[in-house]
Design a protein around this ligand. Structure first.
Ligand SMILES: Cc1ncc(COP(=O)(O)O)c(C=O)c1O
Length: 388
């Protein structure tokens, strides 16, 4: 059996399926980034991003992935020799450690087992114990474990201790609530290929007023050229574009995707992601499977499921791929032990139920005694409750 690759259902947590309207917008003529046409589209897109983030602060875009925006955060906010506290509870929060190392920034760490959420009290203790820590990094929605960290509470604590908070919002922005000003963030990084619903290749960074104060008052800078935010700000404040050639078609796509988000409605969009999360989890649990994340901190955009005994990751994912669904495996210490499916962007109940039923068949074919229909019916029951 083979599947038409062009019709593959992408249930991986990014890149996610892109709406045809976004692809159509991306095929428009490539106005150069110094033209009035481009500048006006860029400004409109920044305004839409600001609306999404409930903020008056501008957002800066880079041709790069989400990691580019994370790198820009470290390179701009910290000074050589300064210390950062990285709160690590998965593969992506660990990336802040790698970036700190790459930039020669001293890094302290609070580490949690995969599946656990960050604890605000532990961050408070660490900040009280070490006055040298200037900034804290967290991953809001840890995609590798499907854990949603309590970012608002952490923001409150970091603000109370007068340090800076740098947040990875790569799989929360556009899918779940994110209020960087209200929640006390100072820098927020995101990327295009997750809940923003655009192909990979754009990184976006938001900086709050305290973040800008720090950037502008640095005595010594970390080396950076492409990611120099002062340069980005000067250019945007002046001619309303970016210092270097922009990813023009991705920008058009982002403009369209953001427009569609507000057509759906911000609250409705977040609620759809949350509802799909509940339906997905009900389905997996109904199938008798276990979830990785602490139930108090389930992600609303991705779900991580433990493999039942005897199921091999590579066999499972290659078999379900033959049925036309692409699913992600685990990373780091949970590699081979879990699989992950997304509920991001244009995902709807149809995609979840289809995936659920094909997972049942795949598990059964691989010898796991799942009762066919158990996951689908549990997901359907949840759906009935949701639409009651
Ligand atoms: C939470 C999170 N942070 C960072 C990244 C890295 O982003 P990118 O692959 O766009 O560089 C990802 C990618 O999956 C992610 O999910």
């Amino acid at each position: 059996m083979s599947v038409d690759e062009e019709l593959m259902l992408l249930m991986i947590p990014g890149p996610v399926p892109v709406h045809p309207r976004v692809y159509r917008a991306m095929s428009r003529v490539l106005y150069g980034h110094r033209t009035k046409e481009y500048q006006s589209q860029y400004k409109d897109t920044v305004e839409l991003l600001k609306r999404l983030l409930h903020t008056k602060q501008d957002v800066y875009l880079f041709a790069g992935s989400g990691t580019a925006a994370m790198e820009a955060a470290i390179a701009n906010v910290l000074e050589p020799g300064e210390k950062v506290l990285n709160v690590v509870n998965g593969k992506f929060s660990e990336r802040w450690n790698d970036l700190s190392k790459a930039y020669g920034v001293e890094a302290a760490q609070i580490e949690y087992e995969y599946g656990q959420a960050a604890k605000p009290e532990a961050i408070a203790e660490a900040l009280e114990a070490d006055e040298d820590i200037r900034a804290v990094t967290i991953c809001h929605n840890e995609t590798s474990t499907a854990v949603l960290n309590p970012a608002e509470e952490i923001g409150r604590i970091v603000r109370k201790h007068d340090r800076l908070l740098i947040v990875d919002g790569i799989t929360s922005v556009g899918g779940d609530h994110v209020y960087p000003d209200k929640w006390g963030f100072d820098v927020l990084a995101t990327g295009s290929q997750k809940c923003l619903g655009v192909p990979p290749g754009l990184g976006a960074i938001w900086v709050g007023s305290r973040g800008w104060e720090k950037i502008q008052s640095r005595k010594k800078k970390l080396p950076s050229y492409y990611f120099d935010l002062v340069k980005s700000k000067k250019r945007y404040d002046g001619s309303g574009d970016s210092p270097f050639t922009s990813a023009v078609s991705l920008l058009y796509g982002l403009h369209e995707s953001l427009t569609m988000m507000f057509e759906e409605g911000y609250e409705q969009r977040v609620e759809r992601h949350r509802r799909l999360g509940r339906i997905t989890r009900a389905g997996y649990l109904g199938m008798g499977l276990e979830l990785l994340a602490d139930p108090k901190h389930y992600s609303n955009t991705v779900t991580a499921v433990k493999y039942p005994p005897g199921i091999k990751d590579s066999e499972f994912r290659s078999l379900i791929r033959k049925f036309g669904v692409l699913i992600a495996g685990g990373q780091g210490p949970v590699k081979g032990k879990i699989f992950r499916t997304n509920h991001m962007n244009i995902c709807i109940e149809r995609d979840v139920l289809t995936t659920m039923s094909l997972i049942e068949i795949t598990l059964k074919q691989l010898g796991y005694p799942v009762s066919l229909g158990s996951g689908v019916s549990a997901a359907q029951e949840q759906m009935l409750k949701e639409f009651d």
